[in-house]
Design a protein around this ligand. Structure first.
Ligand code: NOJ
Length: 505
């Protein structure tokens, strides 16, 4: 191979090679080297490029044994809403109200994962993921939320877990990812009622008793900060309520109480060695500038702005500022309930998409939130501002403030306006840019000793994005909903490379 190569030729070869290489690996075929790559090897002729380290050895590795995973949730992927005795959930009801979901989409079919889970496990295997975070649909297991169980419903998860283990993929199960049995909403107002917290604990214990011989990690609840706020205060998610503050704060309290009861029930019923945590979309407070005063402000802000969920779970008390601000509308609780809510956890899962930026302030709280300028970049979802340092500050605050020793990033990823190109490939270069930037910050955290043990990319494949229906795609695999064909996007090739290197690619 000639060691002398013109600049123009270099650029041409490099461009072709990059495209060929990413496209081939995105398609899962990495066996033969794409044309142009061998020409590039050893072609760096000039002494300046010789001095550069190979990008393969950038030193941006993650700790040994780091768990790379991907994630989905029952209502977003399963479909089969009327099969094998599943009861209706609040999302079945809500998505049928005209105008609540974009294009009046529902999860009736979604990704048909209920029938295609074996194919989907093969997608994971091709990526090389070591773990899969999925959720269990409560109304499959207890169609009425409580009372008589439906063994056929649990059987699906038995089959899924067995398939994962047969492929060397660790199952991480979430017990509540928003598909509340409709019967619990109808009788007592869902999470407005303490009975729902109790029913959730019972359901969690029932599932853990039957799956914990194979599932070693359970998450109680996914994103209090989303389903309670959007479903019971703002009304844009199921069950679509806009409760007044007092009733709403009580609903928040019942959600964290349900979490605590579930922790206790799992401990009581699961096999020894079962590990329990939660997956919360905490408000991630990044300091506007990384100096002592703003870091201190961001730390205070983290406790206060998560007072109603993560802070009370970690500390067993609501902050004074939260209770004072709520005044007469503060939740009613007993010391015994606070103890249940703060039952010790084995790990903390954080779903991280975007930060807020916090600065020091002379107010009594000691911090203020900086507004996003209009030009702040975001991904396809309007709320998904690009702030990679969220993956550094999120776990760092959790480790520092609450002395948490085991942390998972239970979701991170982004929506992109994915469209297959003429060659069939989805060139989601923006998602690759997003992931690379975020993972670089996560690597920074692990390199400093922040105890992050794993990362679950949202999502394995495009799916039902709640009120956005099927318009915003978050998957590593493009799903053609007409045919259910899954196609790896460019980002799937990127993630595969990250996993293989155990480092930022
Ligand atoms: C968090 C939720 O857990 C998940 O269901 C949702 O699809 C993603 N964020 C993206 O919005």
């Amino acid at each position: 191979m000639s060691r002398k190569i013109s600049r123009r030729r270099f650029a041409k070869v490099a461009g072709t090679a990059a495209l060929a290489s990413t496209a081939t690996s995105a398609l899962g075929s990495v066996a033969s080297e794409p044309s142009g790559v061998s020409e590039l090897r050893g072609s760096s002729g000039g002494s300046d490029t010789n001095a550069l380290a190979s990008p393969q050895t950038t030193g941006r590795e993650f700790p040994k044994g780091f768990i790379w995973g991907s994630a989905t949730a029952s209502y977003q992927v399963e479909g089969a809403v009327n099969e094998d005795g599943r009861g209706p959930s609040i999302w079945d009801t809500f998505s049928r109200i005209p105008g609540k979901v974009v294009n009046n989409a529902t999860g009736d079919v979604a990704d048909d994962h209920y029938h295609r889970y074996k194919e989907d496990v093969q997608l994971m295997k091709a990526l090389g993921v070591k773990a899969y975070r999925f959720s269990i649909a409560w109304p499959r297991v207890f169609p009425q939320g409580a009372g008589a169980p439906n063994p056929k419903g649990l059987d699906f998860y038995n089959r899924l877990v067995d398939e994962l283990l047969a492929n060397d993929i660790k199952p991480f199960a979430t017990l509540y990812h928003w598909d509340l049995p409709q019967a619990l909403q109808d009788n007592g107002g869902g999470w407005e009622s303490r009975d729902t917290s109790k029913a959730f604990g019972d359901y969690a214990g029932y599932v853990a008793e039957r799956l914990s011989d194979r599932v070693k990690h359970f998450f109680t609840i996914n994103e209090f900060g989303a389903f309670v706020e959007l479903g019971y205060r703002i009304g844009i998610h199921a069950p679509g309520l806009k409760l007044p503050p007092g009733r709403f704060n009580q609903t928040r309290h019942h959600a964290v109480l349900g979490h605590g009861l579930a922790v206790q029930a799992i401990r009581a019923k699961a096999k020894p060695g079962t590990r329990i945590g939660l997956a919360e979309n905490m408000t991630i407070c990044a300091p506007v500038i990384e100096n002592a005063q703003h870091i201190e402000a961001a730390t205070r802000a983290t406790r206060e702005l998560n007072a109603q969920y993560m802070t009370v779970i970690q500390e067993g008390k609501y902050t004074d500022a939260y209770l004072a601000a709520a005044g007469a509308d503060a939740p009613k609780f007993t010391p015994e309930e606070l103890k249940i809510i703060s039952s010790p956890l084995d790990f903390v899962g954080i779903n991280i998409y975007t930060p807020i930026y916090v600065r020091a302030d002379s107010s009594s709280l000691g911090f203020a939130v900086a507004p996003h300028p209009k030009s702040f970049p975001h991904m396809a979802s309007f709320w998904l501002f690009v702030g990679p340092e969220a993956l550094y500050w999120g776990p760092r605050h959790v480790a520092k403030i609450w002395n948490v020793k085991e942390i998972y990033i239970t979701e991170n990823g982004c929506s992109s306006s994915d469209v297959p190109a003429a060659d069939g490939i989805v060139y989601d270069t923006d998602r690759v840019m997003y992931l690379r930037s975020y993972l670089t910050q996560l690597q920074r955290a692990t390199a400093e000793g922040v105890p992050v043990h794993g990362y679950f990319l949202w999502s394995l494949m495009d799916n039902f994005e709640w009120a956005d229906g099927y318009t915003n795609r978050f998957g590593l695999h493009y799903v053609d909903y007409a045919t259910q064909k899954r196609t790896p996007k460019l980002s799937a090739g990127f993630y595969k490379e990250v996993i293989a290197r155990n480092g930022v690619a």
